[in-house]
Design a protein around this ligand. Structure first.
Ligand code: FAD
Length: 454
């Protein structure tokens, strides 16, 4: 008899953990295939540290072929209308535009989420998201460039605009980007003063009444205090009415001149799951507590793309966090194995172990096991947590942290990622293949520098 074919789509927190657990549980008894656009798992929570030059980009990646020995990696993206539950096949597009089809006996969908766009005029054209390495590298270059251009700028108004950075969305991504960003630009300016004592200004906006609105109030209070002490201009109860290439019109009527708009308003499930034609909850594929799609017990889903019942809070679904995705990946793997006669299945149940929000320097806000911490102790807990949670590359990450503690940070532009290659709408079918649109969509970086906001 041929071995059962297990297909996992997506190698983020949920898919990577599912693949790793399945390769251990099934040994040689099943063929495991992992379909993912890249050859690495990306540890997203440390992305803000890549954007400000603390970590080199490869540090936050873990090689899939290097760590998943019994898993066959297929590079590609499942197509939105390419999942045929009756035929049990998934059609995909490879990185060079070719197409292929994979059959399966068990399917694990773990495609995560994409930037959430709101219908605000000018945002799609003038903002950048923060979901992946290209965006982090782009932001690092862009911010460095703005400071360098500002230093040589004679017009005080243009100089101030270049040194004003607007972050929208005070969830953990936006909060960390603003907190780290202020330290980064202050460090750049110390080496290359802007004249007249001008200091870079970071604005953090959220329509909610506090930063980190979805997290514990104590975490929020700690983060708020650290950000304000650092000089970040926090505007709660405020959103963006319009974005232009010269700045941002806020909902209170103020126009903030700026060349930088970072869009961190949250994420929505990958639109791929919509194409399957099964019931959704706010765009997430509904599964039962065993992470199986009702009516299709050979299909499992987990992570941000799945609406997983929260058994501790009946009627609710688990949050879109790395912690849930990582643990759901393991439960999905165990239940797939159980469906093949290996072990027994179990429902997903998990209580939050707490969260850490790295605020840069030695500061963080953390509540491990419900105990609220702030200051350097929280900073140490946050770094220890990330090292423990990363599935690889720990030594390199720790080495970068050590180097950053003793050496000045390198503030140079590499120009590897251009504005047009990181459009805000990462849900678009071909986000990475827009060079053809380059001349009309965005000018290259050099001309962008004089052109205005990116
Ligand atoms: C900047 C940032 C910071 C964050 N910080 C934290 C934090 O501190 N704590 C926390 O708990 N959470 C954090 N999160 C949220 C957390 O990262 C997500 O909840 C988590 O990544 C979800 O895991 P996932 O496996 O569902 O999706 P992901 O980790 O996003 O992985 C999805 C995978 O699927 C692949 N994929 C997508 N579409 C397709 C397709 N069509 N075909 C094949 N593969 C596909 C993607 O390339 C990716 O590899 C952060 C998120 C971001 C963006």
């Amino acid at each position: 008899m041929s071995r059962p074919r297990i297909l996992i789509v997506g190698a983020g927190f949920a898919g990577y953990r599912a693949a790793r657990t399945l390769s251990r549980l099934t040994r040689q008894q099943a063929d495991i295939t992992l379909l993912n656009p890249t050859d690495h798992f990306l540890y997203l929570p440390l992305l803000p540290q890549v954007a400000v030059g603390i970590l080199e980009p490869r540090r936050v990646t873990v090689s899939l072929p290097g760590t998943l020995r019994r898993v066959r990696l297929v590079l590609g993206e499942a197509e939105a209308d390419g999942i045929d539950l009756d035929a049990r096949t998934v059609r995909y597009r490879d990185p060079e535009g070719g197409h292929g089809t994979l059959g399966y006996d068990r399917l694990v969908l773990a495609v995560g989420s994409v930037n959430k766009l709101l219908p605000v005029p000018g945002v799609a054209e003038n903002a950048h998201g923060f979901r992946g390495l290209p965006e982090a590298l782009y932001l690092r270059d862009h911010v460095t460039r703005q400071i360098e251009l500002a230093a040589g700028e004679d017009d005080p108004r243009t100089r101030a605009a270049r040194c004003t950075f607007v972050v929208v969305g005070a969830g953990y991504t936006g909060t960390e980007v603003a907190a780290q960003g202020q330290l980064f630009t202050d460090a750049l300016v110390r080496r290359r003063p802007l004249g007249d004592g001008v200091r870079p200004r970071w604005l953090l906006l959220d329509i909610a009444s506090r930063v980190l609105p979805e997290l514990d109030e104590k975490l929020s209070h700690t983060a708020d205090q650290v950000l304000r002490q650092r000089g970040v201009d926090i505007r709660t109860g405020t959103s963006v009415r319009e974005a232009t290439d010269g700045g941002v019109l806020l909902s209170d009527g103020e126009f903030v001149e700026s060349r930088t708009l970072v869009w961190c308003v949250g994420v929505r499930p990958d639109p791929l799951v919509e194409g399957i034609g099964q019931p959704l909850e706010r765009g997430r594929l509904i599964v039962d507590p065993y992470l199986q799609v009702p009516g299709h017990h050979e299909v499992f889903a987990c992570g941000d793309a799945a609406a997983v019942p929260d058994l501790d809070n009946p009627g609710q679904f688990t949050a879109m966090t790395a912690q849930h995705a990582w643990r759901q990946g393991e439960v999905a793997a165990r239940n797939v194995a159980a469906s093949l006669g290996i072990g027994s299945r179990r429902p997903y149940r998990h209580r939050d172990l707490g969260l850490v929000v790295d605020l840069g320097g030695v500061k963080a806000a953390a509540n491990p096991l419900g105990v609220s911490l702030s200051g350097p102790l929280a900073g140490a807990v946050a770094r220890g947590y990330h090292l423990a949670a990363m599935p690889g590359n720990r030594l390199r990450v720790a080495a970068d942290w050590l180097l950053d503690a003793v050496l000045p940070r390198q503030g140079v532009q590499l120009g590897l990622v251009r504005s047009w290659s990181v459009p805000l709408d990462t849900a678009s079918p071909e986000p990475a293949r827009v060079p053809e649109r380059q001349p009309s969509a965005r000018a290259p970086e050099q001309s962008e520098a004089t052109e205005g906001q990116s």
